[in-house]
Design a binder for this molecule. Sequence first.
Ligand SMILES: [Ca+2]
Ligand SMILES: [Ca+2]
Length: 372
Amino acid sequence: MLKHALLICVTALIITACSETEEVIITSEKEDLTVITVGNWITQQNGKVMFDPQTSGLVAINDKLLTIADASADKSQQLKLHSIDPATSTLLSSSSTFSFSTKVRRSCFYNYLSAEPDLEALAVDPRDANVIYTVTEDATRTGALSPRCESKYSTTGSTDYPTLLVRLARKANGDFAMTHVRPLQFPASFNVGNFPNDGIEGIAMDADGTMYLGLEKDIAGQPRIFSVNVDDNFFSTTDFAVVKEPALLLPEFPSGNHPINGLTLHKVNDRAFLIAAARNDDELWIIDVAGEQTTLRVPVTFMVKGTEACEDYVMDNASMEGLVTLENTLWIINDPWEKNYLKNAFCKADEEKYKDLAPLLFSVPLNDAWFQ
Ligand SMILES: [Ca+2]
Ligand SMILES: [Ca+2]
């Protein structure tokens, strides 16, 4: 009898508390989607880690990963694509320094693109795997335009030096050439703001040539995603390409910095999702390209694979910047954040690797629940 009464009381708890005067609202606990990933050092064939490559984008071609260095990397790592075997976290090869088509050489942007351009993202053209795109972010270091070029490209809608979308093509010998470049314009009404170091850090391309571009933050401190349609004629002009803004349901933040630092596109049946790397939040954002579902935020705990000296340990600051799916796995690469990277050196045996600003490769199994 007592048992029976208790059962009624417990049942009643779901709707109201066991009190006639006091109502309680019972909310269901949200499922904890946190994923834990244990990263491996990307190692050269001689056993050493990569020296300061500031790896900032990731794509997959034929089961291999390709990454790219940004402008703060060691000079020897810049203007190249670096090939990684995901199965072993081994650096297989680095291409020669990019060559430049006559078109690019004669463009307003050659001086910048041939010096130390800040290349912050990669996307493969789904229509031609020999074509890869990258994008420039911060040109304050080496970007300068001639007076003629400066007046032609002054209305960027954001930074003084325009954001450049760059086309790379694989050559017969496996190296890459910068074949085309086109500056991007953000309509003034988009209120992107002029933040040279908080620009486009992620790109991804859909099968129809729609290129998505993830912005770190706008004038209101919000991350944004824009798009351009890279059709057959896209690079026939060097006029500004004006970006659009697809109606995606991104998270909005009252304060703080919540940048998008990497972007990739993932298809589930006929549905397309963008997966964004929210570096500062240590979250993956699963964004419905149709703009019907709100963005799902998946927290990530980044760990480092232990050695004989240490167990696996949790990182203080991973700073993911590139991500791509390959079959049922999401691969993530980090761009060591110089001022924070040594905070990760919980294992003495790894200290030199942090001092070398060596990157790690992480993997996360894709979860069907992300793509509902
Ligand atoms: Ca970077
Ligand atoms: Ca940035």
